[in-house]
Design a protein around this ligand. Structure first.
Ligand code: PLP
Length: 675
């Protein structure tokens, strides 16, 4: 199967001496290897920023190529970047899997220039692919190229969220179409009521892991069908079921069309559960019975669930389900009742995608130890858990990485080994502090650029950035405005807050949170800022450069959470409710716990108790420790918490540890016996 080599090289008139720039641009390795991304920044710094760090757009528009081709310094950097890419691509691949792991997800968050994610679920999927690539685990991702992405967020002067949709031009993204041997774009088809839907396949190179993205925006499809893949989590239930057919059924067909024979099929959330039905259909077509096909498909299936509330799971009412799926019982060699039973959940009269995914996989896992218990209770069946982690090199500030390189050896190739992080305790406080102050300066400069508001570089700065889902309680801190004001406006020890995040367009309570925070920003006169259009790019600055990362979900609704892991890795300690991953990490020295590990009679009581605990933690622990300075100005006690946060969280909550857990506990056991 051919891949059109470079779209860019045809249009961008790349000089011969730099002819391999498109290879560098089309492999997302640049998103976690500064020696490659710095080459693009060096080629055209202004355009690099303007393009949102998109090297494909950069190569198409820069006027600096001819000059760069004559610049000895640039040519040397170009050679080094190529060496980095070649060295990376040439490292050995694990030989213990007979085929790749196919990893299905409705969203992938790899970089801000490829906006096909909404939040933590997508970033987790992106980090999973990157770490599999680092580890040489054969893997192929399957997702959707949304022609309008998620949405860009504007916040009006009244604090109202406005959603702005922009058409993405795939020709300007780091994606290339899959072509057949004659050089034509490959098309696959998925059945919809009374018609077929054609799909194009885009390929993204994530280091050594390819990601296939499906796209219905083709002239051959009817105008309304072209919009099926327009928006992530957009439209109503009809769009949702059609998107899930694209992802699940289309995804398996895309893998076949691209020549992959996966050994394991991993469904990240229930959105991809139709992939199991398509695999059953393949087995039935090859002559198996319904039961045998079910057993075969399930034996190589792995399912990760992320949603601790019943209402969060996709479920389709019978009329809608049968409108789209009427032909499927026959395809699967069963009756309508036989198919319906695969998606039955409790007494509910809807086809439940989580139930389907559980029924079509040999193992289901939750994403933290706490979430495992919640999931088992909700579904009444045993599951396992693999706690989420983050891709170290994507989230670690380059300056801090350089400091780590000076004091430690080997951490980059063993980021999941706690021993490899012992050096952190040897870094002199002044040096670690200085690196943090530098990251903070950059984060506050970003806040100024985005919001126009200058923050105080000396003030304790607390960050809260994630989707504005109501269970995350972004406004908990506002419960007692007077107490908050006293904390923020203390003349000796001021505290300032940065909030950012998007609310789903249909989530009115989530949007109300943004308005409330916006109002608080006015009232607190400069000590609270709400940033608009949160994305991976803004996330990187914030997790690297605020002083404390705040997380106060309504326990136990945060299945894992990962943003706090990114922060801790950068020496930004967590101030967090003991929910999701935090109870596994918190040791009394690497951050602060908010509230208690118990259940409450009402949400009102829980909010009141947690808010009081949050204020108390700030007043009694966080603020005093931050402002306790040595004569040199370095807060030694604080830096000790930073060291502890890095040394304990970086290895245990790395995506490298996570992918290895999946490999050992969930992927390898799926292989045929005797391998
Ligand atoms: C990591 C990340 C998240 C996840 O945040 P949580 O606090 O785990 O919910 C959301 N959005 C972006 C852009 C991220 O990078």
């Amino acid at each position: 199967m051919a891949l059109k080599c470079t779209l860019v090289s045809e249009e961008a008139r790349i000089p011969e001496t730099l002819s391999r720039l498109p290879e560098l641009a089309y492999n997302l390795l640049w998103s976690w290897r500064p020696e490659i991304s710095e080459l693009f920044a060096r080629l055209d710094g202004e355009l690099w920023e303007q393009s949102g760090h998109n090297p494909v757009l950069l190569l198409l528009h820069t006027r600096n190529l001819e000059a760069a081709a004559r610049d000895g310094g640039f040519l040397a950097a170009y050679e080094r970047a190529l060496e980095a890419l070649e060295g990376y691509l040439g490292a050995p691949i694990r030989g213990d899997l007979p085929g790749p792991v196919a990893y299905f997800s409705a969203e992938f968050g790899l970089h801000e220039s490829l906006p096909v994610y909404s939040g933590g679920l997508g970033v987790l999927a992106g980090d999973h692919l990157k770490s599999a690539s680092d580890l040489g685990v054969p893997m192929v991702g399957v997702g959707i190229l949304y022609s309008e992405g998620y949405f860009r967020q504007r916040i009006g002067p009244d604090g109202r969220q406005q959603e702005v949709y922009e058409a993405l031009d795939p020709g300007k993204l780091p994606v290339r179409p899959l072509l057949d041997d004659e050089g034509r774009e490959v098309r696959i088809e998925v059945g919809l009521p009374g018609r077929g839907l054609l799909l194009r396949i885009w390929r993204v190179e994530v280091g050594r892991v390819p990601l296939l993205l499906l796209d219905a925006n083709l002239p051959e499809n009817a105008p309304e069908d072209r919009r099926i893949t327009a928006r992530l989590y957009g439209g109503g239930p009809r769009t949702r079921i059609a998107q899930e057919l694209v992802l699940g059924v289309g995804g398996v067909r895309a893998l076949r069309a691209a020549g992959f024979s996966p050994a394991v099929f991993h469904m990240n959330e229930g959105h991809a559960a139709f992939s199991g039905l398509e695999r059953m259909r393949e087995f039935v077509l090859a002559g198996r019975s319904f039961e045998a096909a079910w057993e075969e498909a399930a034996s190589t299936g792995v399912f990760t669930t992320h949603t601790p509330v019943p209402a969060g799971h996709d479920a389709f009412p019978p009329e809608l389900f049968w409108e789209f799926m009427s032909g499927w019982p026959e395809k699967l060699g069963t009756s309508p009742e036989g198919l319906w039973a695969l998606g039955r959940a409790g007494a509910g009269d809807a086809f439940n995608m989580t139930a389907l995914a559980m029924n079509l996989s040999a193992a289901t896992n939750a994403v933290s130890a706490l979430h495992r218990g919640v999931t088992e209770k909700m579904w009444g069946r045993p599951v396992t858990h693999v706690t989420n982690g983050v891709h170290t090199e994507s989230w670690l500030a380059p300056r801090l990485a350089a400091l780590f390189d000076r004091y430690g050896r080997g951490w980059r190739v063993a980021v999941d080994d706690p021993e490899a992080w012992r050096f952190v305790r040897e870094i002199p406080a002044a040096e670690l502090w200085e690196a943090h102050v530098e990251a903070k300066r950059e984060a506050l400069a970003l806040v100024k650029r985005v919001s126009g508001r200058p923050l105080d570089p000396e003030a304790l700065t607390i960050g809260f950035a994630r989707r504005f889902a109501t269970y995350k309680r972004a406004t908990l801190l506002l419960r007692d405005p007077e107490r908050l004001r006293r904390i923020a406006e203390d003349p000796e020890r001021p505290v300032q807050f940065v909030f950012a995040g998007k609310a789903h367009p249909a989530d009115e309570p989530g949007k109300a949170f943004i308005r409330e925070l916006h109002g608080a920003a006015e009232a607190l006169g400069g000590r609270l800022v709400v940033l608009e259009d949160y994305d991976i790019g803004i996330a990187r600055y914030l997790v690297q450069g605020v002083d404390v990362w705040l997380n106060n979900p309504r326990r136990p609704l945060e299945a894992s959470g990962t943003s706090g892991q990114k922060a801790a890795l950068n020496g930004v300690p967590n101030l967090s409710v003991l929910d999701g991953w935090w109870p596994e990490a918190y040791n009394g020295r690497n951050g602060w716990a908010v509230g208690e590990e118990r259940e409450y009679a009402s949400e009102e009581e829980q909010d009141a108790v947690d808010a009081a605990a949050l204020y108390a933690a700030l007043e009694e622990e966080v603020v005093p420790l931050y402002y306790r300075r040595e004569k040199s100005g370095v807060p030694e006690g604080w830096v000790e918490v930073m060291r502890e946060a890095i040394a304990t969280v970086a290895p245990a909550f790395s995506a490298r540890r996570m992918v290895r857990d999946y490999l050992r506990g969930l992927y390898l056991p799926r292989l045929p016996k005797g391998l």
